[in-house]
Design a protein around this ligand. Structure first.
Ligand code: G
Ligand code: G
Ligand code: MN
Ligand code: NA
Length: 256
């Protein structure tokens, strides 16, 4: 497959990079973290979205090497977001991890190595997993996540609310937070059902001691209603677009 052979070595050739999208605390508007988003600038075909090439990387097994490189780079970049590397209060970095990366079993070791090499405090690394990633094998996933959290890293459930059994996962799978899927946020002002579901997710998460992030916030109205409903954190184009590591560093330096 052409894309697979093009993807092989793409990281080493410098075609892949990480953008960072700030995540804000709704109560005070401060930046508390950022999500790392992988970008591929193909020499002939231009930008190829991760929704296209992550699947190829998964199926070919390239995701193992690529995933390691992403985690290492994200930790290195985040370690530079403040003067003192050991500042636990500095913005966290959230890295997306796919099913195969989790199933390969050595994620806790990969994470520990990236933290040791970068000097980033474990609490400043968050791992984002989707419900489908843990679906089907909650016992094994639960054990892995427990090991991962044992290193001090935080675990988030991404795209939360889109699966059928999102709520029941929270009983068996230890997580620190959930990211309410963009599809709920999009219609939160227009569709009373989406507002009701969003509010229910927030209430339920809080009763379990879990943090809630809303993703895909594209307007002031969405932002305001989420804050009013007690959502903890938010991310979206209205707040900030994904940006380069250097732009993110400067935003942090500027005092948020
Ligand atoms: O940035 P964009 O909206 O195109 O991202 C699309 C999808 O790609 C998202 O679901 C996101 O979680 C995923 N993604 C982005 N970066 C990475 C990455 O570094 N690793 C993995 N496994 N998925 C990623
Ligand atoms: O599935 P995941 O949450 O990892 O995907 C994150 C993706 O969502 C990124 O590709 C990012 O570019 C995209 N994104 C972030 N904020 C917004 C937004 O406000 N609107 C839309 N449409 N996409 C967004
Ligand atoms: Mn994500
Ligand atoms: Na998501």
């Amino acid at each position: 497959m052409q894309m697979e052979s093009d993807l092989r070595g793409a990281w080493e050739r410098g075609e892949l990079s990480l953008d960072y999208q700030p995540i804000y605390q709704l109560a005070d508007g401060h930046i508390v973290g950022a999500e790392a988003l992988l970008r591929w600038k193909h020499p002939e075909h231009g930008m190829i979205p991760p929704s296209v090439f992550i699947d190829v990387a998964e199926q070919s097994g390239l995701i193992d090497l690529l995933g390691r490189a992403v985690i290492a780079r994200a930790c290195e970049d985040a370690a530079r977001w403040v003067g003192a590397d050991d500042d636990e209060e500095a913005p966290f970095i959230a890295v997306n991890v796919s099913a195969r990366q989790l199933r390969s079993g050595d994620l806790p070791e990969v994470v520990a190595a990236a933290l040791a090499d970068s000097g980033l405090p474990p609490g400043r690394l968050h791992v984002e997993l989707t419900e489908t990633t843990i679906l089907g094998d909650e016992i094994q996933a639960g054990a892995l996540l427990a090991r991962l959290r044992g290193t001090g890293v935080r675990v988030w459930l991404d795209d939360f609310g889109t699966g059928f059994s999102g709520l029941s996962h929270l009983r068996r799978v230890p997580v620190d937070g959930v990211k309410i899927d963009r599809s709920f946020v999009t219609d939160v002002l227009r569709d009373p059902d989406d507002l009701a579901l969003t509010s229910a997710i927030i209430a339920m998460a809080h009763s379990l001691g879990i943090t809630v992030v809303a993703e895909g916030v594209e307007s002031e109205g969405q932002h305001d209603i989420l804050r009013e409903r007690g959502c903890d954190l938010a991310q979206g184009f209205w707040l900030a677009r994904p940006m380069s590591a250097e732009a993110m560093r400067q935003l942090c330096r500027a005092g948020l």
